[in-house]
Write a protein that binds this ligand. Structure first.
Ligand SMILES: Cc1cc2nc3c(=O)[nH]c(=O)nc-3n(C[C@H](O)[C@H](O)[C@H](O)COP(=O)(O)OP(=O)(O)OC[C@H]3O[C@@H](n4cnc5c(N)ncnc54)[C@H](O)[C@@H]3O)c2cc1C
Length: 438
C-alpha cells in the first residue's frame, strides 16, 4: 500500500475502484423496490398529488446526473418518469481526450438513449426554457410539463465575460467541456498536429468541471506531437499556481517533466484577460502569448435556468445530504450545477442522481427521512487523468457530511501515472456507460 501524500488515504486496488454496474443498480434497486412496495397509499411528503394518480418525476438533463436519477426512478417503478434532453444521444466527457487527441473515434464515447425509452421513461427532446415553481411546471418551446418532483442536472455554462473579445472568437477558441462540443476541439488539434505552431490550452480557477482535464488534454496531444514529429509547442496557461486539484499536482508535474519537457511549456499563476483574433494573440497577466490554435477552458457556472428560477447565483444552493434545493423541497439539483464542495465529476453526478431517486421514492412511500445522528456518506468521486494513451493517474474522493456543516473530503491519489490506472479508466468508463444506458 502506498500513501501519497502524507495525510491522504491508502491507494485502493483496481478491484476496489472499478465500478460494477450491477452493484450500482442492484443495491440501489433493492432499496428502491422496498420503498415502492411500502407505498400502498400515494402520500407524497410535502407535495400535493391527487389520489390515484402516479406521481410525476421530471428529470431535466440526460447527462451523468440525470441518467443516474432516471435509472433509479425506473428501477423502483411507481412514478411517471419524463426525461427532458435536447440531444438525440449521449456523449461522454470522461475519456473523450482520447478522441480529441486522435487516438479513438467519437463513436467510442457515444451511446443511444434507446434503453431509457425501452424502460418506460417518456423522453422529450427539447430544452427547458423556464421553471414555473408556483405552478410546478417546466416550460419548453412547445409545452408545459407538470411535475411533483423535479430533478435538475443541467451541467455547466461557460463564463465568457472574463476574457475580452472571447465571445466574438468563440468558434475558433472552443472549450469543449460539454457533450458533442469535443468535435470543434478535435478540428483544432488535427490542424495543429499537421501545421505545428503554438497550441494554447488553459485551466481556469476552480470550481470547474473535472479539474485534471486540461492537463490530460495537453498530455495526450503532446504524445501525438512526439509520435508525428509535430513542430511547435503546447503552452499550458494555468490560472492556478499548480495543477488542480492540489493532491494531483505532483504526479501531473512529474508526468509533464518526465515525458513532455520539449512539448509543453507550463505557465502557472497566469490569467488570460483578452484575445485579439486579428493578431492571434492572447493578453495574459504574464504578457502577450501568440497562438496558432487554442482550446481555452473558461471559468464555469450553472446554466442560467438555475438563476432564473431563483435556485442560486453562480451554482444552485442545495442541502446535503439530500441535494434538495434550499428554497424548494420539490426540486433536487445534482451533478455539476449544484454548489457544494463535492468534486464536479460524472461519478458524483451519477451517484447523487441515484441517491435522489431513492429519496423521491421514499417520499412517495410516505417515509420521512430518518434524522441523521452523525456523519452521512456522500456519493463517491472517481476521476482519471491520462498522461499517455495507456497510462493514467487515478483520483478517488470520498466525502461525508454532518447535516448543517460543511462536507469533509478525502482524496486518494496515485503517486505516479501507471498502466494499471490506464486500464482502470477504460473499465470504469464502460461500467458507467452500461449503468446509465446499457
Ligand atoms: C474532459 C473531461 C474529462 C472528465 N473526466 C471525468 C472522469 O474521469 N471522471 C468523472 O467522474 N468525471 C469526469 N468529468 C466530469 C463529468 O463529465 C461531469 O462531472 C458530468 O458530466 C456532470 O454531469 P451533469 O449531469 O451535471 O452534466 P452533463 O453530463 O453535462 O449533463 C447535462 C445535460 O443537461 C442537458 N441540458 C442542459 N440544459 C438543459 C435545458 N435547459 N433543458 C434540457 N436539458 C438541458 C445537456 O444537454 C446535457 O446533456 C470529465 C469532464 C470533462 C470535460
Amino acid at each position: 500500500m502506498t500513501l501519497y501524500p502524507v495525510g491522504y488515504f491508502a491507494f485502493p486496488t483496481l478491484e476496489e475502484t472499478a465500478v460494477q454496474p450491477e452493484d450500482l443498480s442492484t443495491n440501489r434497486r433493492r432499496h428502491l423496490l422496498k420503498a415502492v412496495a411500502a407505498s400502498a397509499t400515494l402520500l407524497v411528503t410535502g407535495c400535493a398529488v391527487s389520489t390515484g394518480a402516479r406521481p410525476r418525476a421530471v428529470v431535466v438533463g440526460g447527462g451523468w446526473g440525470g441518467l443516474g436519477a432516471v435509472r433509479g426512478l425506473l428501477a423502483g417503478g411507481g412514478v411517471d418518469v419524463t426525461l427532458i434532453e435536447p440531444n438525440e444521444a449521449f456523449m461522454s466527457c470522461p475519456l473523450s481526450a482520447h478522441y480529441i487527441a486522435g487516438h479513438q473515434p467519437a463513436s467510442d464515447f457515444q451511446r443511444s438513449y434507446a434503453r431509457i425509452d425501452q424502460l418506460g421513461a417518456r423522453r422529450v427532446r427539447e430544452r427547458v426554457t423556464e421553471i414555473d415553481r408556483v405552478k410546478r411546471e417546466v416550460v419548453t418551446a412547445t409545452q408545459r410539463l407538470p411535475y411533483d418532483f423535479l430533478v435538475l442536472s443541467l451541467g455547466v455554462d461557460y463564463m465568457e465575460e472574463g476574457i475580452q473579445g472571447y465571445a466574438a472568437a468563440r468558434a475558433q477558441l472552443p472549450v469543449g467541456f460539454r457533450a458533442f462540443e469535443q468535435l470543434a476541439v478535435r478540428q483544432q488539434v488535427d490542424e495543429f498536429l499537421v501545421k505545428g505552431g503554438n497550441f494554447v490550452i488553459s485551466a481556469p480557477k476552480p470550481p470547474y468541471r473535472c479539474p485534471p482535464a486540461p492537463y490530460e488534454r495537453a498530455f495526450l496531444i503532446a504524445e501525438q506531437m512526439k509520435q508525428r514529429g509535430t513542430k511547435g509547442k503546447i503552452i499550458l496557461i494555468d490560472a492556478n499556481p499548480n495543477p488542480m486539484p492540489p493532491p494531483i499536482a505532483q504526479p501531473i508535474l512529474n508526468g509533464m517533466k518526465s515525458l513532455y519537457a520539449s512539448q509543453i511549456e507550463y505557465l502557472p499563476d497566469t490569467a488570460i484577460t483578452g484575445v485579439d483574433m486579428g493578431k492571434r494573440q492572447l493578453a495574459t497577466s504574464s504578457g502577450d502569448v501568440p497562438f496558432a490554435h487554442a482550446n481555452l477552458v473558461l471559468p464555469m457556472r450553472a446554466p442560467a435556468l438555475i438563476r432564473q428560477a431563483g435556485l442560486g447565483e453562480r451554482w444552485a444552493a442545495v442541502k446535503l445530504p439530500s441535494f434538495q434545493s434550499q428554497v424548494d423541497d420539490s426540486i433536487y439539483v445534482v451533478g455539476d450545477s449544484q454548489g457544494t464542495p463535492l468534486p464536479k465529476s460524472g461519478h458524483v453526478a451519477f451517484g447523487s442522481g441515484q441517491q435522489v431517486a431513492e429519496s423521491i421514492l421514499e417520499r412517495v412511500a410516505g417515509k420521512l427521512p430518518a434524522p441523521a445522528s452523525g456523519a452521512v456518506d456522500l456519493p463517491l468521486g472517481i476521476c482519471w487523468a491520462n498522461v499517455t494513451h495507456k497510462e493514467a493517474i487515478n483520483i478517488n474522493v470520498s466525502a461525508s457530511v454532518v447535516p448543517g456543516q460543511a462536507p469533509k473530503l478525502k482524496f486518494t491519489v496515485d503517486p505516479q501515472h501507471n498502466e494499471r490506472s490506464g486500464a482502470g479508466a477504460v473499465s470504469w468508463g464502460n461500467g458507467m456507460w452500461k449503468a446509465m444506458l446499457g
